[in-house]
Write a protein that binds this ligand. Structure first.
Ligand SMILES: CC(C)(COP(=O)(O)OP(=O)(O)OC[C@H]1O[C@@H](n2cnc3c(N)ncnc32)[C@H](O)[C@@H]1OP(=O)(O)O)[C@@H](O)C(=O)NCCC(=O)NCCS
Length: 174
């Protein structure tokens, strides 16, 4: 099994894998609105290959956090992470999380946010308390908005999480 940075040639296989993991209507999800117009971050965006097939994938994206005063912070969005249904429970998801977060940290990606089950992501340092008053561009269960901020970057308590492409529109004019 190989864990490696995703390449452009992997896109079709990754899409197929994510359709199997999340369904073909996955693009309607709020997490996808946060990636609008963005490019995945090279390095922590990884795939797992076995016997020539991609059996798992994780993606990272730049997103913007904007407070009421219009101050903007760049965060990194993790997701989706998906492991092929017939490969689950082998520890691949946990290993992919650890490896990709290590790359993200080494590249200085800063605080990482995701939408997911706190029961799964606590082990990687994600918590829901700092994000309770963050608003997202679509419907979300607030307790599933999780943040990992090992560098203790000072972030606003009340803020909007947006696609970087939308943060310029959202910023107040002076
Ligand atoms: C979530 C997912 C990535 C985990 O991958 P995996 O390779 O099966 O997970 P691992 O084998 O590395 O880890 C298994 C551990 O995670 C736990 N786990 C898996 N999914 C979980 C969930 N949704 N909530 C809580 N714990 C979960 C397992 O119970 C197991 O716990 P243990 O280590 O205490 O035994 C995979 O199940 C998946 O692709 N699911 C569908 C897509 C999805 O929901 N992605 C996450 C949201 S972005």
């Amino acid at each position: 099994m190989q864990f490696c940075a995703a390449g452009v040639d992997d896109a079709a296989q990754v899409d197929h894998l994510l359709d199997k993991c999340f369904g073909i209507d996955r693009h309607q999800r709020t997490a996808y609105l946060l990636r609008r117009g963005a490019q995945a971050i090279a390095g922590p965006t990884m795939v797992v290959r076995e016997h020539g097939q991609i059996i798992a994938s994780v993606q990272y994206w730049p997103v913007a956090l904007v407070d009421d005063a219009g101050r903007q912070f760049t965060l990194t969005l993790l997701g989706p992470i998906g492991v092929s249904p017939d490969q689950r429970g082998r520890g691949i998801g946990v290993e992919l999380m650890h490896k990709s977060l290590a790359v993200a940290d080494a590249l200085g990606c800063g605080p990482v946010v995701l939408i997911g089950d706190v029961e799964y992501y606590t082990r990687f340092g994600f918590r829901a308390d700092a994000t309770a008053d963050w608003r997202l561009p679509g419907p979300v269960e607030q307790h599933r908005v999780l943040l990992r901020n090992p560098g203790r970057v000072n972030l606003p308590k009340v803020a909007r999480l947006l696609a970087c492409a939308d943060a310029y529109i959202a910023a107040p004019t002076v």
